[in-house]
Design a protein around this ligand. Structure first.
Ligand SMILES: C[S@@+](CC[C@H](N)C(=O)[O-])C[C@H]1O[C@@H](n2cnc3c(N)ncnc32)[C@H](O)[C@@H]1O
Length: 260
């Protein structure tokens, strides 16, 4: 992919010099699709003026995708104010980074009934001044309910998942943090950890979620470990959640829900 079929974008030679490569030029676009997935899994977010998107830095180029067009340019060229450095994570990639490009399409992760039930709970607990979405992933909370960008903050250690979040909800702020990294000043009226994110928290992080939540708290644990992570053991975190003050718990589809 890096050596074939690149055309100089002569119309933009002065304003935004770059080359491009169109999906339909390929008889078998599988390599094109794979390359685009790499951008989501391992790209770093940069702004083009006010619109953020992931860029893959490889050899002497940076690559990005717009619709059916793959573009590449000098990595030193940026346009508009750039994000601060804490939007990039240097962690070892996890299953979530690799799965990020197709995470929303993976069948069986969440059923429509489960989505509807959670949406009903979210309607009630997201009409508040601030929401901290822990393990925000690709932004399912924002897919389900409307939350103005100034009221939302998402955190997740997977840059790949955050890249999808940025592509879907470019105005909503996210940070590449574990919950343990979230500073006290980011306490919020509601704290959520949706669709299994609570199962990845340490017991200390569960207590931290409780501390950061000034009002409502919604922790969704897997009922059984997911197929992609059969050894996931959340028993200590779940037990800790059960000891928090003022909570109730119930089962919802494939989830154990702890709510306050
Ligand atoms: C099952 S996914 C759920 C994603 C999203 N909430 C959704 O509903 O689609 C779990 C997410 O938790 C993130 N995660 C893992 N450990 C975490 C931690 N300690 N703090 C915050 N998020 C974490 C993973 O990177 C992953 O994106």
């Amino acid at each position: 992919m890096t050596t074939n079929h690149w055309k100089w974008a002569s119309t933009y030679a002065d304003s935004y010099p770059h080359e491009y490569n169109v999906r339909s030029w390929h008889v078998l676009p599988r390599d094109w699709d794979r390359f685009v997935n790499l951008i989501v899994s391992f790209g770093r977010p940069q702004n083009f003026w006010s619109t953020p998107r992931p860029y893959l830095f490889l050899d002497e180029w940076k690559y990005w995708r717009i619709g059916d067009v793959l573009n590449r340019a000098d990595p030193d060229k940026t346009y508009g104010h750039q994000w601060v450095s804490d939007t990039v994570t240097e962690r070892e990639p996890t299953w979530y980074d690799y799965a990020a490009p197709v995470y929303d399409q993976l069948q069986g992760l969440v059923s429509l009934d489960e989505l509807e039930d959670v949406r009903t709970i979210l309607y009630e607990i997201t009409r508040v001044p601030e929401i901290l979405d822990v393990g925000c992933g690709t932004g399912k909370l924002l897919d389900l309910v409307e939350v103005p960008m100034e009221r939302y903050m998402g955190v997740d250690p997977s840059q790949g998942m955050l890249n999808q979040h940025i592509l879907k909800h470019p105005r909503h702020r996210v940070h590449p943090w574990l919950l343990a990294d979230v500073p006290r000043r980011f306490e919020a009226s509601t704290v959520t950890a949706l669709f299994g994110s609570a199962s990845y928290l340490t017991p200390g992080e569960v207590v931290w979620a409780d501390t950061l939540a000034r009002g409502r708290l919604l922790l969704m644990f897997y009922d059984q470990p997911p197929e992609h992570d059969p050894d996931l053991d959340d028993s200590s975190a779940y037990w800790t959640a059960q000891t928090l003050g003022g909570i109730s718990e119930h089962k919802l589809g494939r989830w154990r829900v702890v709510v306050r």
